[in-house]
Each structure stands twice: as structure tokens, then as C-alpha cells.
Design a protein around this ligand. Structure first.
Ligand SMILES: Cc1ncc(COP(=O)(O)O)c(C=O)c1O
Length: 786
């Protein structure tokens, strides 16, 4: 049942046959009651019989004869509205009521059948209906919308007892939903509207009574709006106040959008232009914008019903009904095919609203520009990429103001936009930024502070700008010092993107293309590798794989220059080096004349809680330590820390310069990060939050069979997602779904591992135990739905 109809429809409601009073009688009437004598020319009318009356002196009027039995209130309503406009919006070009010589705004005449009809005379508005110029340009369409907005503004405050009368076109009536009407509606129209109608009834109609309402013209279409006869785009008048009704204000705009769509003028661009033009005169509220597109669709659908009714339920339907019907079907099809969210966002943007709900349209546009400007190599996370605009601590905010718990970004180590770091950066940036060829206190102090966090003899610091540069430089130094070329990394390793380091990043390209100077070892994966958890001396057993790798490099005449180890094996699915592993591998590479390079880009800066550097869990002091990512809380800093002896050997042949590495601003930022680490109990926080995660993740693994292995420490965890435990079959799709479900739920996580089936938790170090509990709840929700 149509919730908006207070009573069932009757045939009278839909009677559109205007009266046919003979012209002679109308001429007599004009002379007798108005003292007007002249030529009558018929004009269109849906319910009224309309004539243009032109007097001998060239003046024109409109003579309107209402249908017999027409409710007098309906006519009084129109008269009162025009009088209101004359008084309160005198500049608006609308017809004026011409009083009869007796001072009446209407007179009565009797037709031959005895029925009495009301007759009115209105002033004639010069101008040409917009419908006579096709196609209409955007400018004319904008003017039409702005004009109607002015008319709606003029009618504000006006009321009349008849204002809530039944108007078949009234969108609030949702005529198409009326079972009586459905009988006349053709099957194609029903099929077209079926889904939309159901949703409209469920979601839109119930919201209409809460919208701002007033008397609206409700008929702003191309036949009623007049443009200047000069042909300019100026709107010089509007006629036909017969559909006026008390309704949600936004309905008036929906009528305009629907009308012009119906006339084939409308693209989404033109609709947006009309919304913008209306809003400039009469600003729209959010809740009005929310229903605007649906109201427009319903208004087009209502037209279709009315056409079908008139074609099928009236005696002699005019030919134009059947001729115009396909246009309506076309425009309805076109508008139904538009993406509702996109339309809504475009309307909002046209009204100056900052984009809200995942502004699909803006994201799509930005994505498109991005792939054009950055090329196809770049990837985005998530099925629905996140458009971030702000960060604070462990929180990230998107363009719509939605916040996400950052469970992934280790780069913002001490929290996004930490005020102490931001202040240090701004202060130094406002003072001086140069490079290391000039003396500056910052870079020296920073190198001293950074190396002081490491054991002797790691006391020399080379500054670079990224982790890649750090590993690249470390390999270069190792080659110079060892006089060997060969490099050993783990299978599926990642160390960066330069020519050498990209090649040492074996997860990034096919194994068959690895060069002769590269050899790999399997990561010490106790869950799915050669030696499983519980194997005695597991670390040593995995470590022994370095021997054949060294032998291979020596056979190839490359020699062994370096063993580069990401101590937490991030790209292998987060695997902490097992006990004994680093001791053996470091010993083996040194025995072969090479150097041990600890890549602490992921594992450093208290990531694992108990130690600032992950190599500290072993007895090994690396020959070189590579730093990056968390070192600058988002600012691009990298470093290689090594021993004076190694630095001396390198310097004997090569000097070193890096334009940006170690600049005063970066050094100030790096020191500010160290300040925060020292002052703000970061390590204790990592340990505490890590314990919450450890316990909670174990519980989830016990409850959800998808989680086959949980490994990690502190604030670095991997959840291996598998389809079945016996086969250890990676559940890649499920892992992807979990990540996307979490994103929708407001949590940002990542995926890693050779199969991309390991959910990675690696938040900023300021991620608190409470944040951890919140994440566990989110994970539980996602796992239960994956
Ligand atoms: C272990 C490891 N080393 C080095 C790098 C390279 O760092 P960047 O991207 O700053 O060049 C990365 C980056 O992900 C990494 O994970």
C-alpha cells in the first residue's frame, strides 16, 4: 500500500480532459466580465481550457476555463499564490491575476450541458517556451534551475488550505506504487521500475515527511519556462501553476531534473550544473541531497505511468503521448543506470560539500589520474582503496573523516605526526637545510646518538635516505672490503628497489633470472619449511644452508661478499631468526671472507619489544647494520652503521657523498625520534601491547581453523591463513577477504609471505594494549565472516 496516499485514487483524480467551451461563448465572457475584446488562439492545457486573447491594441492575456466540477479551492489556491508572489516577490516574472470589472478574480459560466465553469484572466508573459529550442545548452538549463529556485523562494511562507490537494504528478504520492495505477502501466515500465520502486518505498518515502516542506510550483519543465525572445539563455517567466502543491522543497528541483531528462537534454553533467545553480539561490540541506536522485527517478517514472494511463485509460489519447513515450523510457533507463553513490557525491560536491562516504567518484577519478600519472607499476591496497588525508598517533583519517586504526605502518614509528618530531622538523627546516659537505652539529650528534644504541665496535654512520640505499651501500662496502662479488639472501627476500638491491630482493622476480653473483638460502620457517617447529637445533639446521650457498658462489668465481639478512624475515611471512641461526650464518660468511649485513629496516627500533635491535637476541655483532623506515617517523632517512675498521678500508679507495643523506633537517628529525623513544616509554608499550596480542592471537588461532600459525614478537605478528592444516594449503583468497573486511571495519593491516597468505600486524610503536584489544575484536569479526 502506498504509504503516502491518504485515500484510494478515483478516476476523477486522473481526469485530464479539458473543457471545450465554444469560442464565441468565451469571447462573450471576456467582453462581459473583463471588458476585453479580441482574437482567441487555443493554448495547451492538461485540465484547463486555455486561450490566448489578443486585443486590437496588441495586448495579450490568457483566458483559463476550469473543468466543470473543478474544486473551487484549487483555483483559489492558484490565485492566492500568484497574489502572494506579486506582493512578496514582485520582480519575479509570473502571470498576474487580472480582476474582472466587478473586482472578482474569477467568474462563472455555464456550458451547454449545464455544468458551471470558473473562468480567469491572467496577464500574458512574453517569451518562448524552452521546449522550442533543442537541444538546450548547459547555460539555459542552469538558468532554468536558478529561476525555479527563486520561484520557490518567493513562495516560502505561503500557505493555503487547498495546498495539500491531490496532484497526480506529486512525487510524494508515488503514483507508480499505487496498485490501481499499476493496472495501466505497461509491462516494460513495470520491469524497468520494479527494483527501484521497492527501494523507494522502503528507503525514501518514509524520509519525506521529515524534510523541509512548503508550497512548490512542481512543474518546472521546458514547456512552462520561457526564455527571452531574443534567443538569449535568460529565463523571462514561468507559467502554469496548476500542479502547485505543499511538498518537500527538494521535490521542486527533482521535477526540474526529471523534466529536462525527459526532454532528452540531460546528462549527469547537466543535472549537476542545475543542482549547483539551484543551490546558489536556495542552499540545499544534506538530507535533501540524499533523496534528490531518487525523487528525480520517481518523477520520471511517474511521467511514464501518467503517459501509460492516458494512452490506455482515456478515450482519445493525443498522438504525442505515444510519440514521446520512448523518450521517457530512454531517460529513465539512462538515469537508472547511473551509479547512485556517484550521483549523490556529484550533487554534494556541486553544493560545496566536502566529500563524505567513500566518495566513490572522487576515488575513481583520483585512481584514474594516478594510473595515468604514475604508470601501471604502482599498486594499491584493498578492493576499495583508502584515500588518507590525516594521521594522529595510531589513527589515520580518510577524506570522508572516517578513522582507521593503523595496525600496519611501522614507518610512523612513534605515531603519525608526533608533535615533537613535527616541531623539530619545522624548526630546523625554518633555520637551515644543507648537506654533509659543511660542518653541522646535528649530523654529528645524531650519528653519535644512533651508534651509541649499538654495541662496539659499531661506531661509524653513513647517512642515506632510504632502506634501499642503506642496503645498496652496505653491499658496495662489503664488495670493496671483501674483494668478492657474491651476495647471499633468503628465498623470497625483500631489501629494496635499486639495481643491485632489487636483484637481491628475490621475492620480486622469477628465480630463473637470478644472476651469478646471487645465491639464496631457505628462510628458517618452522611452520612450512624443511625443518618444522620442535625440530632439535632448528636454527642451526636452517643456518647450515649458507654453506652450499657460499660454495656455489665460489664455484661461480664470485666469492662471498655479503650475507644480507632481514632479521625478522618480513617478506617470508614474519619469522624471527631462531636461536643459533645468526651465530652460525655470520660465522660462515666471515670465514668465507665476506661480511654479515643485518637488515634492521623492519626489525629495528624496538619493533620486537625486548631489544632495540633484533640482532641483539643473538650473540652476533653484525659488520654492518642497515636502518630505514621507522628511523624518521615518516621522514626519509636511512643509515648504514659499521665499524671504524670497515669504514677505513672503504675510505681507502672511495669517498662518499649523499646530497640529502644526513642533512640537518633529517638529523633533527632522527634525533627527535630518539628523544621520543627515550622519553615516552615506547619500549614498555611495545612489550605490553605485544603481550595482549600474543595471548589474543593464540585464542583466535585456537578458535578459527583458518589461522594455522601465529608468530611474532612485540608489535610484529604474522597470522598464517590456510585452508587445511594437514596440507598447509595457503588460503590466499580468505586472507585477502580478511584484510578487506578489516579495512571496511576500520582497521588497516597487510599481507605478506611467499603466498601472500600471512596477515601482517605491524602498527606504529605507540599502538597501546587497548588498541590491541580493539584489533583483536575486529579480527574476530573478520575471521567469523571470512
Ligand atoms: C627488510 C627491508 N629492507 C629494506 C627495505 C627497503 O626500504 P625502502 O623502501 O625505504 O627503500 C625494505 C622495504 O620494505 C625492507 O622491508
Amino acid at each position: 500500500m502506498n504509504v503516502a496516499l491518504q485515500r484510494p485514487l478515483s478516476a476523477v483524480d486522473l481526469n485530464f480532459n479539458p473543457p471545450t467551451i465554444p469560442l464565441g461563448q468565451l469571447r462573450d465572457c471576456a467582453r462581459e466580465f473583463w471588458g476585453l475584446e479580441g482574437e482567441l488562439t487555443p493554448l495547451d492545457g492538461e485540465r484547463d481550457q486555455n486561450q490566448r486573447l489578443t486585443t486590437a491594441d496588441g495586448a495579450s492575456y490568457v483566458l483559463k476555463v476550469s473543468a466543470g466540477g473543478e474544486n473551487e479551492g484549487a483555483v483559489d489556491f492558484q490565485v492566492a499564490a500568484l497574489r502572494h508572489l506579486e506582493r512578496y516577490a514582485p520582480d519575479l516574472p509570473v502571470p498576474r491575476i487580472i480582476a474582472s470589472t466587478r473586482g472578482n478574480d474569477r467568474e462563472w459560466i455555464a456550458a451547454a450541458d449545464g455544468k458551471r465553469h470558473m473562468v480567469r484572466v491572467l496577464s500574458w508573459l512574453p517569451g518562448t517556451p524552452l521546449s522550442q529550442s533543442k537541444p538546450l545548452g548547459t547555460n539555459a538549463l542552469r538558468n532554468a534551475a536558478a529561476f525555479q529556485a527563486k520561484l520557490a523562494r518567493g513562495l516560502r511562507g505561503f500557505f493555503h488550505p487547498h495546498a495539500r490537494h491531490f496532484v497526480a504528478w506529486d512525487i510524494q504520492r508515488a503514483l507508480l506504487l499505487e496498485p490501481g495505477i499499476q493496472a495501466w502501466v505497461a509491462d516494460d515500465a513495470k520491469a524497468l521500475c520494479a527494483d527501484f520502486n521497492a527501494r523507494f518505498q522502503r528507503e525514501v518515502l518514509p524520509r519525506l515527511p521529515a524534510l523541509r516542506a512548503q508550497v512548490v510550483h512542481s512543474d518546472g519543465h521546458a514547456d512552462n519556462l520561457l526564455r527571452a525572445e531574443s534567443g538569449s539563455d535568460e529565463i523571462v517567466g514561468v507559467i502554469d501553476f496548476g500542479d502547485m502543491v505543499h511538498a518537500p522543497l527538494v521535490q521542486d528541483l527533482a521535477v526540474i531534473l526529471a523534466s529536462f531528462a525527459r526532454h532528452g537534454e540531460m546528462s549527469l553533467e547537466n543535472a549537476v550544473a542545475q543542482v549547483e545553480a539551484w543551490n546558489a539561490v536556495l542552499p540545499l540541506a544534506d538530507e535533501e541531497l540524499e533523496v534528490l536522485h531518487d525523487l528525480t527517478l520517481l518523477r520520471i517514472a511517474t511521467s511514464l505511468c501518467m503517459y501509460d494511463f492516458r494512452i490506455h485509460a482515456t478515450e482519445k489519447p493525443p498522438a504525442w503521448l505515444t510519440e514521446e513515450r520512448p523518450d521517457i523510457v530512454r531517460s529513465l533507463t539512462k538515469f537508472l543506470a547511473l551509479d547512485r553513490a556517484e550521483v549523490h557525491e556529484r550533487y554534494r560536491a556541486a553544493c560545496g560539500r566536502v566529500s563524505r562516504a567513500p566518495a566513490n567518484i572522487e576515488i575513481a577519478a583520483l585512481r584514474e589520474r594516478r594510473s595515468r600519472a604514475l604508470g601501471p607499476s604502482y599498486r594499491l591496497f584493498y578492493d576499495r582503496p583508502v584515500h588518507l588525508v590525516r594521521g594522529e598517533g595510531t589513527w589515520l583519517f580518510d577524506a570522508d573523516g572516517r578513522r582507521y586504526l593503523d595496525c600496519y605502518n611501522n614507518v610512523a614509528s612513534v605515531g603519525h605526526c608526533h608533535p615533537h618530531v613535527v616541531a623539530a622538523l619545522s624548526r630546523q627546516a625554518a633555520t637551515l637545510n644543507t648537506h654533509t659537505r659543511y660542518l653541522h652539529d646535528n649530523v654529528v650528534r645524531y650519528a653519535e646518538r644512533l651508534t651509541a644504541t649499538m654495541p662496539e665496535p659499531l661506531r661509524v654512520c653513513y647517512f642515506v635516505c632510504t632502506g634501499t640505499e642503506a642496503v645498496d651501500l652496505a653491499i658496495r662496502i662489503a664488495r670493496v672490503v671483501s674483494k668478492n662479488e657474491g651476495v647471499i639472501v633468503s628465498d623470497d627476500s625483500y631489501h629494496g628497489n635499486s639495481n643491485v638491491v632489487g636483484t637481491a630482493s628475490t621475492c620480486m622476480y622469477p628465480k630463473s633470472e637470478q644472476p651469478a653473483w646471487l645465491a639464496t638460502v631457505p628462510p628458517p620457517n618452522g611452520y612450512r619449511g624443511e625443518y618444522r617447529y620442535g625440530t632439535p637445533d632448528l636454527g642451526r639446521k636452517y643456518a647450515a644452508h649458507i654453506d652450499p650457498a657460499i660454495a656455489k658462489l665460489q664455484e661461480r668465481k664470485q666469492g662471498a661478499a655479503a650475507w644480507v639478512c632481514d632479521i625478522i624475515f618480513d617478506s617470508n611471512g614474519t619469522i624471527l631468526s631462531p636461536p643459533g641461526y645468526l651465530e652460525y650464518t655470520a660465522g660462515a660468511i666471515r670465514a668465507a671472507g665476506g661480511l654479515f649485513i643485518a637488515d634492521e629496516v623492519q626489525s629495528g627500533f624496538y619493533r620486537t619489544g625486548d631489544e632495540m635491535w633484533a640482532f641483539n637476541y643473538s650473540d652476533v655483532v653484525p659488520d654492518m647494520v642497515c636502518l630505514g623506515k621507522p628511523i624518521g617517523d615518516g621522514h626519509p632517512i636511512g643509515a648504514v652503521i659499521t665499524t671504524p675498521a670497515i669504514a677505513a678500508k672503504f675510505a681507502a679507495k672511495y669517498s662518499y657523498f649523499n646530497t640529502f643523506g644526513g642533512n640537518p633537517v633529517s638529523a633533527a628529525v632522527g634525533m627527535a625520534v630518539l628523544d621520543v623513544l627515550e622519553r615516552e616509554g615506547i619500549q614498555q608499550n611495545v612489550i605490553a601491547a605485544g603481550k595482549v596480542l600474543e595471548a589474543g592471537l593464540a585464542q583466535l588461532a585456537a578458535k578459527y581453523s583458518l589461522v594455522a600459525d601465529v608468530r611474532g614478537k612485540g608489535l610484529f605478528w604474522g597470522l598464517e591463513i590456510v585452508r587445511d592444516h594437514a596440507m598447509r594449503a595457503p588460503a590466499v583468497e580468505e586472507a585477502d577477504r580478511i584484510m578487506n573486511l578489516l579495512r571496511e571495519d576500520g582497521f588497516l593491516l597487510g599481507r605478506t609471505g611467499a603466498f601472500d597468505n600471512v596477515i601482517k600486524i605491524r602498527p606504529p610503536l605507540v599502538f597501546t594494549p587497548d588498541n590491541a584489544r580493539t584489533l583483536l575484536q575486529g579480527l574476530e569479526r573478520a575471521l567469523s565472516r571470512a
